[in-house]
Design a binder for this molecule. Structure first.
Ligand code: BGC
Length: 519
């Protein structure tokens, strides 16, 4: 331990004393419910939109086309209203993120989670009780606001409350719970599809479970010391820190948070600060990782797996069953990532997954191209199984690479002063591109047909080249040492680190009216 005096912060990279206390465990459960809610919302819409009772009530046109067999196999579900049902959630979420970045800073993480929980509860009521399309969409928008607030606050809450040595593991735990939420939704849909005519209502209403869990959790826990200290509640912050760390010697960590909060308070315009040249590498990487994560095509599979399997000629029941299999593969493969991310490193996982995802998508494109034409699907049992196996191959590699790392890497590469604004941009980019894929996928399937998988495969090539040349390894590098050990050493990004001094000199020059040469 550092010799930390009352006003002396610990040297960068120091591990502070901490036990894994019950309150930290409660925080994990909280993260689980925030992640569960996001995953449940992602997973539930695909199954619901392939239920006849639901289509008959809200989308009679789609229902008619589905059963009259007048359309191409690839176009049965191409309907803007249907896509709006799925994607309105993401549009609302990305708008809400901007408000959430304000509330996390000024009202705290805990209250922001509470706001998210309340949005979720009201949204679920609208959806479960929906009498018309309007109520349905309003419900999805409210859920989207919940996602925007929760995805901003929960990861921040977790990283701040977690002891440094298990912060990375906890980060992926959030993604693990996203995948559990998706699986839970698939299982629910599998069961409710047999309940007529209100099975879909049950699917949408059961989101109440994670919603209430998050709300109650937010009421029970205390806010993070960082947030309390940042808002000037120093004594309370110190007491919370002592409680969550379970040790008496919390001065060094307290002082470091205090110092960090002073530094953060110097930054008057967090988003403008994010645009400084020295922050360019992290910003570009965070944005690109999220765009690439969505252009793997994962959500085309996650939202529309049941629809997709139906299109491929599986009967309704078998298609939900297949979606449950992909959901389970998603959960289990995320565990692989928790185990290996700090052993093998981020780059290896991303590069290996790139090869696996590319091959799986090419095989799917070839099988569908040969076997599923516009008006006949002669996908034999054997080929159908091959497609399901390839989809599982694809999902598993995503789940140990782009899924968790799309969230982990941005969260560990931003310096403290830009970390929360960076998180906002990360969430916003994620939801924007999730929206784009959700809105476009069914039309793309209709027009590109089997080639849609070749489309995603080519993106996989682009993102793998990006990883190969431009993504530095961040395994085992303390957050505080990223600039020195990662960015300043990287063949490409180091040129932006010269901007570091240029930025500082500019600031110095403005502050002193001098020529910028520091003493
Ligand atoms: C992505 C989601 C996706 C999920 C699948 C997450 O990391 O952000 O868009 O649905 O993984 O497991």
């Amino acid at each position: 331990m550092p010799a930390g005096g009352f006003s002396v912060a610990a040297p960068a990279g120091t591990q502070f004393e901490a036990k894994i206390t019950p309150i930290v465990i409660i925080s994990c459960i909280l993260a689980a419910t925030g992640g569960l809610m996001f995953g449940y919302d992602v997973g539930i819409s695909g199954g619901v939109t392939s239920m006849d009772d639901f289509l008959k009530k809200f989308f009679p046109e789609v229902y008619r086309r589905k059963h009259e067999e007048i359309d191409s196999n690839y176009c049965k579900y191409d309907n803007q209203g249907l896509q709006l049902f799925t994607s309105s959630l993401y549009l609302a979420g990305l708008t809400a993120t901007f408000f959430a970045s304000y509330t996390t800073r000024n009202l705290g993480r805990r209250l922001t989670m509470l706001i998210a929980g309340i949005f979720f509860i009201v949204g679920v009521i609208f959806n479960g009780a929906a009498q018309n399309l309007e109520m349905l969409i309003v419900g999805r928008i409210l859920l989207g606001c919940g996602v925007g607030f929760a995805n901003q606050a929960v990861p921040l809450f977790l990283s701040e409350i977690a002891p440094t040595r298990i912060r990375g593991g906890l980060n992926i735990l959030f993604q693990l719970n996203v995948t559990i939420g998706i699986l839970f939704a698939n299982l629910v849909n599998y069961g409710t599809s047999k309940i007529h005519p209100w099975g879909w209502r049950l699917s949408l209403s059961l989101a109440m479970i994670p919603a209430v869990l998050l709300t109650v959790g937010a009421l029970i826990v205390v806010d993070t010391p960082n947030s309390l200290i940042e808002r000037g509640r120093l004594e309370e912050g110190k007491a919370v820190l002592r409680k969550i760390r379970g040790v008496d010697n919390i001065e060094p960590e307290f002082n470091e948070i205090l110092e960090a909060s002073h530094a953060a308070q110097q930054v008057k315009h967090p988003f403008r600060n994010l645009l400084l040249r020295r922050n360019r590498p992290q910003l570009v990487i965070a944005i690109l990782l999220q765009i690439f994560q969505q252009f793997t095509g994962i959500n085309a599979i996650m939202f529309y797996a049941p629809v997709l399997f139906n299109t491929l000629g599986f009967k309704s029941d078998a298609s939900l069953y297949s979606a449950v299999i992909t959901g389970a593969v998603n959960v289990l493969s995320t565990l692989v990532s928790i185990y290996s991310v700090d052993r093998l490193g981020r780059r290896i996982l991303l590069l290996e997954a790139g090869v696996q995802m590319f091959l799986a998508q090419v095989v799917i494109a070839i099988v569908l191209g040969i076997k599923v034409t516009d008006h006949s699907d002669n996908l034999s049992h054997g080929y159908a199984i091959l497609v399901v196996v390839m989809i599982c191959t694809f999902v598993s590699s995503f789940a140990w690479s782009w899924g968790p790392l799309g969230w982990l890497i941005p969260s560990e590469t931003f310096p403290l002063e830009t970390r929360s604004a960076g998180q906002s941009v990360t969430v916003c980019t994620n939801l924007l591109f999730t929206f784009v894929i959700a809105q476009a996928f069914l039309s793309m399937l209709c027009h590109l047909k089997y080639a849609i998988f070749a489309f995603f495969a080519s993106w996989v090539v682009v993102m793998s080249l990006f990883v190969l040349f431009l993504l530095p390894e961040t395994k085992n590098v303390p957050i505080e040492e990223m600039t020195e050990r990662v960015w300043k050493q990287h063949w490409f990004w180091k040129r932006f680190m010269d901007g570091d001094h240029a930025d500082e000199k500019q600031g110095y020059k403005r502050a002193n009216g001098s020529n910028g040469v520091q003493p």
